[in-house]
Design a protein around this ligand. Structure first.
Ligand SMILES: Cc1cc2nc3c(=O)[nH]c(=O)nc-3n(C[C@H](O)[C@H](O)[C@H](O)COP(=O)(O)OP(=O)(O)OC[C@H]3O[C@@H](n4cnc5c(N)ncnc54)[C@H](O)[C@@H]3O)c2cc1C
Length: 386
């Protein structure tokens, strides 16, 4: 919360706070009482006064996940020294993870400043470099100016501008942010491929700078949708899916209901597979809401069940054999052939599956609700098949 010069407290609020009834009361009568505990001394500090809910403040968007703000102005403050015999010690994990995800007022001010630079190329400093697989390397980026990170949506990408040593004109490429908005950092994960990606791999070191614009793109996920999502990735197409999975799990934990996700990840080999540990940790944190199917084309050196669930490629047979009957939103990202084949297959599957399942039972309806797709060079959905 923020304490302003006039003595008012302002607090960002989101549904997981479970403040819904309280906010309704504030809207009804504009009065509230707050109690702060000094955990070290056990002294409570009750405050009573006026409260209002701010539904349209531009500051709301600067907090990750905040849906509104509310403001409190104390009329009466009573400091009750030694009123409680209780004292607490802070546990090692410290502040509430929900509050940490939401951010603080300093970050919100920086984000509002950064939003004003939306059309500018900004300089970012590389703060960490991690090899995720034999060909994919992650670069963590922090603003090198004094403005903050513009919050992104999970699945969006960052336009990056690089001048190659032998060229006068800069090259622009786009790299997906492979983190959730509440991670509070930008991370791009680049596969060594052609000129720019090889240049980033070969020359970029921790502390170096790179130019980027605000995150863009509408290939994003709604973490609060009830319908299960099937996230399918091949190769470096994992980057938006990982961002989406992180976002769904974080927001689900925050709001105590995780959108069910089937994460189907294919890689050529164990050595080329990225983020296996990260996905595994997210699935464990989600406690049953996230199902992971790992697909390997080349299984040499890999053990079934320990390293992968199935060999070959992601195809319609795999989906029909592994996914329970249900209504799904499908998200796909990978090379062109992977995208087109799955897109056509899902479109073709939709009607026959509906017809088939309706005959058996109206309740066991299985269908393709939405297909969102992105391939490396195109953001538009692939062409529908004939
Ligand atoms: C929305 C979006 C998000 C993306 N996200 C990611 C991401 O998260 N991670 C990621 O790694 N990439 C991502 N990309 C791809 C990325 O933007 C670049 O396209 C990629 O890194 C290749 O750029 P490059 O300069 O390295 O290759 P380029 O030099 O542009 O070459 C592209 C390809 O063409 C081949 N090629 C070039 N010249 C020739 C030639 N003369 N003959 C034959 N072949 C040739 C290269 O080998 C390479 O495979 C994304 C793209 C989009 C559109």
């Amino acid at each position: 919360m923020r304490l302003s010069d006039d003595g008012a407290l302002t607090i960002p609020d989101f549904a997981g706070n479970l403040f819904f009834n309280t906010l309704g009361n504030i809207l009804e009568n504009g009065l509230a009482g707050l109690v702060f505990a000094d955990f070290e001394t056990g002294a409570p500090l009750p405050l009573s006064g006026d409260a209002e809910v701010l539904l349209d403040s531009p500051e709301t968007a600067a907090f990750q996940g905040a849906e509104r703000l509310w403001r409190f102005t104390a009329r009466r403050i009573v400091y009750r020294q030694d009123a409680l015999p209780l004292q607490w010690t802070s546990r090692s994990e410290g502040a509430s993870p929900n509050s940490l995800m939401t951010g603080n007022w300093r970050q919100a001010a920086e984000r509002m400043k950064a939003a004003a630079l939306a059309n500018a190329w900004r300089t970012f400093r590389v703060s960490r470099i991690i090899d995720e697989s034999e060909a994919i390397r992650s670069f963590h980026l922090e603003p090198a100016d004094d403005a903050g990170l513009v919050p992104h949506e999970a699945g969006q990408h960052l336009p990056v501008r690089v001048t190659l040593p032998s060229e006068a004109k800069p090259q622009i490429r786009t790299y997906t942010l492979s983190v959730a908005p509440s991670d509070g950092v930008y991370r791009i994960s680049v596969k060594r491929d052609g000129r720019v990606s090889a240049h980033l791999h070969d020359t970029l070191k921790t502390g170096d700078t790179i130019e980027a614009r605000v995150p863009a793109g509408d290939f994003t996920i709604d973490p609060f949708e009830q319908r299960p999502a099937v996230l399918m990735a091949a190769g470096v197409g994992i980057t938006p899916m990982l961002a989406m999975l992180r976002h769904v799990v974080y927001e689900g934990l925050r709001k105590r209901r995780i959108r069910p996700v089937w994460m189907i990840v294919s890689a050529h080999s164990l050595a080329s597979r990225a983020f296996a540990g990260e996905i595994d940790a997210l699935a464990r944190a989600a406690g049953g809401a996230v199902h992971v199917i790992r697909v390997l084309s080349d299984t040499r050196g890999a053990e079934l069940a320990r390293d992968y669930e199935t060999s070959g490629r992601i195809d319609i047979d795999l989906l029909t054999s592994r996914l329970p009957f249900n209504d799904y939103d499908f998200y796909l990202c990978g090379p062109g052939v992977f995208m087109q084949t799955l897109y056509d297959g899902l479109r073709a599957l939709d009607n026959p599956m509906r017809a088939f399942t309706r005959k058996r039972s109206a309740r066991r309806r299985s269908s393709v609700r939405r297909i969102a797709a992105r391939t490396r060079n195109r953001c538009a959905p692939p062409r529908p098949g004939p």
